[in-house]
Design a protein. Structure first.
Length: 247
């Protein structure tokens, strides 16, 4: 008789593309379908656990302990050092920028003073030139007096001189006064600022010491309180550990 079923070898099964995993395949259905099947050996996935695994995973401990870093004197000192270094660096940068800005301001005032002197000299030259021109004009008017003056002799419209050098002189006078006031303010500054300007290395030295000194004062003020809290914290932890060991 013709076989109706395809049975795989011992300890194997058929793994088909559409049907999936099956212990046997009917030939009548398989011949009419386009799927394919292969023999496979199914090995189950096994997890092995030790004897105490269930007890350890299900038992909840009475005390949950976690390792934490204690705030020690080294940590506090490191924080103080970093803070002092940052503060001193910031102060030194500010003082240096202020000094450089003051130097730039002095140089700018000097250049403006030179420009003011040049403009004043130019205004004086123009004033002198205008006086010479007007004097020559009066002389020519006298020479051509019979013809009605120089303009009548040239048959042209007479030109009128407009003197605006007074406005220039007033502006330059205000500028000179402002520069003198700024110079007087710089010269009358306190001895502390003058000391920093004359000795730049002193600025860096003091700004570097301000941060650590401030941190030292803070440590002297709040250090005993922090130390007491640290000691009490350590004692409490030690007492808790001793109680756990006794239990």
């Amino acid at each position: 008789a013709r076989a109706k079923w395809l049975i795989p070898a011992n300890n194997t099964k058929w793994a088909c593309s559409s049907t999936g995993l099956t212990p046997c395949i009917p030939l009548k259905v398989f011949n009419k379908s386009s799927e394919y099947c292969v023999q496979v050996t199914v090995i189950p996935k096994i997890y092995y656990h030790a004897e105490n695994y269930v007890y350890d995973s299900m038992t909840v401990p009475d005390h949950h302990l976690a390792n934490r870093e204690l705030i020690t004197a080294v940590t506090v000192a490191l924080l103080m050092l970093v803070g002092g270094t940052g503060a001193s660096t910031g102060i030194a940068s500010l003082v240096r920028q202020n000094r450089e800005f003051g130097t730039l301001k002095v140089a700018t005032d000097e250049e403006i003073a030179r420009i003011e002197e040049s403009i004043t000299a130019l205004a004086n030259s123009l004033k002198s030139l205008s006086e010479v021109v007007l004097q020559n004009r009066r002389g020519l008017d006298i020479l051509f007096l019979q013809a009605g003056g120089l303009c009548a002799a040239l048959k042209e419209e007479c030109c009128v001189f407009a003197d605006h050098t007074g406005l220039v002189k007033d502006t330059m006078a205000k500028l000179r006064k402002r520069l003198e006031n700024q110079k007087r303010d710089r010269e009358s500054q306190d001895w502390f600022t003058s000391l920093f300007d004359q000795a730049p290395w002193l600025t860096t030295l003091l700004s570097s010491l301000i941060g650590p000194i401030a941190m030292l004062f803070l440590a002297l003020i709040f250090g005993p309180c922090i130390l007491n809290k640290l000691v009490s914290f350590v004692e409490n932890r030690l007492k808790t550990i001793k109680i756990m060991v006794v239990k």
